[in-house]
Design a protein around this ligand. Structure first.
Ligand code: MG
Length: 227
C-alpha cells in the first residue's frame, strides 16, 4: 500500500515517512500542495494521502477540493494533519472532502489506527465498485453467450439510428437466425444447443469490426448492428 505524505516542513515530513515505512507502507512525499495534487492525479497514484493543512501555494484543503472535483474514482482516502483545532476549521476540512483529520502533534499509535480505518474504507469501496461493475455487466449482457442482451442491443440500435441520421450515413441492421436450431436441441439435447449458440456468437463476434455490435435478440435470433 502506497501512501502520499505532503508537508512543507522537512522535519515532520521525514518523521512521518519513518513511521509509515516502519509500519510497512510504501511512501511518496511532496513538499507542497501542488506537488501533492500532481502526485494524486498521476496514473499510479496512491490511494491514501496524509496532507498537512498549512502549506504554501495550495494548502491541504485546496488539494482535497481539487482532487474530489477532478476524480471521484478510484476513491482516495484523505487524512488532514492540522495544527488548527478550532471546530470551524475541522468542519471546513471535512467539508472540503477530507475523510478524517488529526491534530498535530499527534500520537503515532492513533495515526496508525486511523490509517487502518482508512484502508478498511478503501477496501469496502473497492468491493462496492467491483459489485457494481459485475451488476452492470449482467444487466447488459446475455448470460449464456456473453454478447449484448436484448435490452442493451435495442438501446444501441436506437442510438445508432440517431447517429446515422445526424451524420447522414447508413446503418446496416442484420437479423440473423439459426435455421433448424430446434432439431439440434431435439437430437443432441439443450446442453449441446447451448454450446452451438456460444460457438456461433463467438464466430460472429470474431467477424465483425470493433465498433459493430452483436446482440442476442431472442432464443436463436441475433441482432447485428453495422454502422
Ligand atoms: Mg505546514
Amino acid at each position: 500500500m502506497k501512501i502520499l505524505i505532503a508537508d512543507d516542513e522537512s522535519v515532520s515530513r521525514r518523521m512521518l515517512q519513518a513511521l509509515l515505512v516502519k509500519w510497512g507502507y510504501e511512501v511518496v512525499s511532496a513538499e507542497d500542495g501542488d506537488g501533492a495534487l500532481a502526485n494524486l492525479k498521476s496514473a499510479d497514484a496512491p490511494r491514501m494521502a496524509l496532507l498537512d493543512w498549512m502549506m504554501p501555494g495550495q494548502n491541504g484543503v485546496d488539494v482535497c477540493r481539487a482532487l474530489r472535483k477532478l476524480r471521484p474514482e478510484p476513491y482516495t482516502y484523505i487524512l488532514l494533519l492540522t495544527a488548527k483545532d478550532a471546530k470551524e476549521s475541522v468542519v471546513e476540512g471535512l467539508e472540503s472532502g477530507a475523510d478524517d483529520y488529526l491534530t498535530k502533534p499527534f500520537n503515532p499509535q492513533e495515526l496508525k489506527a486511523r490509517i487502518r480505518v482508512g484502508l478498511r474504507l478503501l477496501e469496502l469501496e473497492d468491493n462496492l465498485v467491483q459489485a457494481r461493475e459485475a451488476m452492470r455487466f449482467k444487466a447488459t449482457h446475455d448470460t449464456l453467450t456473453g454478447v449484448w442482451n436484448r435490452g442493451a442491443i435495442l438501446e444501441t440500435l436506437e442510438r445508432e439510428v440517431w447517429r446515422s441520421r445526424r451524420e447522414g450515413t447508413t446503418l446496416g441492421v442484420l437479423i440473423a437466425d439459426l435455421d433448424h436450431f430446434k432439431s439440434v436441441n431435439d437430437t443432441y439435447g439443450h446442453l449441446a444447443g447451448d454450446a452451438v449458440l456460444r460457438e456461433v456468437t463467438k464466430r460472429m463476434q470474431n467477424d465483425v469490426r470493433p465498433y459493430d455490435a452483436v446482440g442476442r435478440y431472442g432464443g436463436e435470433e441475433f441482432l447485428i448492428l453495422l454502422p
